[in-house]
Design a binder for this molecule. Structure first.
Ligand code: GDP
Ligand code: GDP
Length: 461
């Protein structure tokens, strides 16, 4: 039912650090056949509700002679052959090195599923390296900090669909599912990856206690599954429920169910916040559920802001609309409050629903699908550069200390959420206000509401 993950990459990128984090004290096996140095470690790993075997190819740094290349290659090949999934790690603070290219080549030829991770990615110093990692042609890199435990949520998101497919393969009559990794980002495609059985759309429903999260999820599931207890994946970290909502395979992360499990009443508030945070990290689309009677409470704002910072697609749903009397006026007030209190989510859909009666749920479904589509949106380089020159004409970049900032070229570096790189002179001198001008422009001109947009300024090297 489980799978094997090999962590590969050149020495010193942080493989052992990640291995230790995943395994903790649960080191199960050590490869110490006679005559073989202990160069492959194997352990029982745990990441949220996933259980798997992890292989680490560390130990190479002790080898300093010129056989390094050969040994590295053999060891990596062995690990790759043993594994179902390979996690290829580079050091984001160093960027892509020639020996990274050697590894990438081995993996491309030999490995089934490859997950690319740019480690040591805490802090801005790693941004350039993360972007460079796209050039390996192994898809979107996960930003990791093995040392600080950051990015494990994204690792989880990348592993979970693959893990599901291994679980399914283990059952007899399940169809063979070919799980695709995210598209190579060098290739411009207009197609949004469609949720599948093996890779359902991951949605989190978050909001303050009593907003109606359980009611909503029950309404979506069409049965009292939450209250009777979810079947699979009851973990401390998140409860997720598989469903097909209007024909779309989804995995819904529930944060209310966990709260209901908690025995101690006083802890409810606190617990539900940290559950919400966790669910946000696992989700692709976050539904922030507000209570129409008490909308935009501090807690709602915090979680919506967190969803933005984590780069998730966001839909705001206002619940209990059935008891609202003056709906027109209320909606107007809500929209104003939204603009004022959550400017960072400008344009995100605001959907009124009644979890109790089920009204508005189809619209909520459509809004989720649309937010997901926008989150995956790709704009071609040609379009971007035409757009950029128009933006510069309308409003030229400033000239700090008499030096005009030249924006030379722009390209989309990533999706989920969309991220753009602008090559320019004096990248550190570009004021925030100009950044905001460009981000807002992108949002409007390329119709990208409800998704965070990232923009990086880079100097030419
Ligand atoms: P390996 O040779 O690939 O197994 O690398 P190690 O796990 O031994 O790590 C090499 C060095 O990088 C060690 O000094 C780690 O403490 C450091 N390191 C590992 N992960 C991170 C990280 O996320 N951030 C930073 N700044 N350093 C890290
Ligand atoms: P949770 O804490 O966010 O999971 O909230 P619950 O789903 O437990 O709902 C809290 C309370 O709000 C319950 O008494 C529900 O019956 C009520 N409630 C939930 N949704 C609606 C709705 O759409 N309309 C009305 N009138 N009440 C609702």
């Amino acid at each position: 039912m489980s799978f094997t993950l090999a962590i590969v990459g050149r020495p010193n990128v942080g493989k052992s650090t990640l291995f230790n984090r995943l395994v903790g004290k649960r080191l199960a096996l050590v490869d110490d056949q006679p005559g073989v140095t202990r160069d492959l470690r194997e352990g029982a790993a745990r990441l949220a509700d996933l259980r798997f075997t992890v292989i680490d190819t560390a130990g190479l740094e002790e080898v300093t002679d010129d056989s390094l290349q050969g040994r590295m290659r053999r060891l990596t090949e062995r690990a790759v052959d043993m594994a179902d999934i390979c996690l290829f790690m580079i050091d984001a603070r160093v960027g892509v090195t020639p020996s990274d290219l050697v590894f990438a080549d081995i993996l491309r030829k030999r490995a089934g599923h490859v997950i690319l991770a740019a480690n040591k990615a805490e802090g801005k110093a790693a941004d350039a390296g993360v972007i460079e990692a796209y050039s390996l042609g192994l898809g979107e890199p996960i930003r990791l900090s093995a040392e600080h435990g950051e990015g494990l949520n994204d690792l989880y998101s990348a592993l979970m669909p693959l893990a599901d497919s291994y679980a399914e393969r283990a059952t007899e009559d399940a169809p063979e599912t070919d799980v695709e990794l995210p598209e190579d980002d060098d290739e411009i495609t207009d197609t949004v990856p469609q949720p599948t059985e093996a890779k359902p759309l991951q949605v989190a429903v978050v909001g303050r206690p009593n907003a109606g999260k359980s009611t909503l999820i029950n309404q979506i599931l069409g049965e009292d599954r939450l209250l009777t207890g979810p079947e699979a994946g009851i973990t401390r970290d998140a409860i997720s429920l598989r469903t097909d909502w209007n024909g779309v395979p989804m995995r819904i992360f529930d944060t209310a169910g966990m709260r209901k499990k908690a025995k101690v009443q006083e802890k409810l508030e606190k617990l539900s916040v940290s559950d919400g945070l966790r669910a946000v990290k696992f989700a692709e689309v976050v539904v922030v559920l507000l209570d129409a009677e008490i909308p935009f409470e501090q807690q709602d704002l915090r979680i919506a802001d967190l969803a933005e910072r984590e780069g998730r697609a966001v839909v705001v749903a206002v619940n209990k609309w059935d008891i609202e009397e003056d709906r027109q006026a209320k909606l107007k007030a809500l929209k104003e409050a939204f603009e004022r209190l959550l400017p960072q989510l400008r344009g995100a859909p605001l959907i009124t629903v009644s979890a109790k009666t089920g009204r508005g749920l189809d619209r909520l479904h459509d809004a989720i699908m649309r937010a997901y589509e926008v989150w995956n949106r790709r704009v071609t380089t040609a379009q971007l550069n035409r757009w950029l020159s128009g933006m510069m004409e309308a409003h030229p970049p400033p000239a700090p200390q008499g030096k005009r900032i030249k924006l030379r070229y722009m390209t989309q570096a990533k999706t989920r959420p969309p991220g753009f790189v602008v090559m320019c002179s004096h990248p550190d001198k570009v004021p925030d206000s100009y950044n905001r001008y460009l981000v807002n422009g992108l949002r409007i001109d390329f119709d990208m509401p409800g998704t965070p947009i990232r923009l990086w300024m880079r100097g030419q090297n």
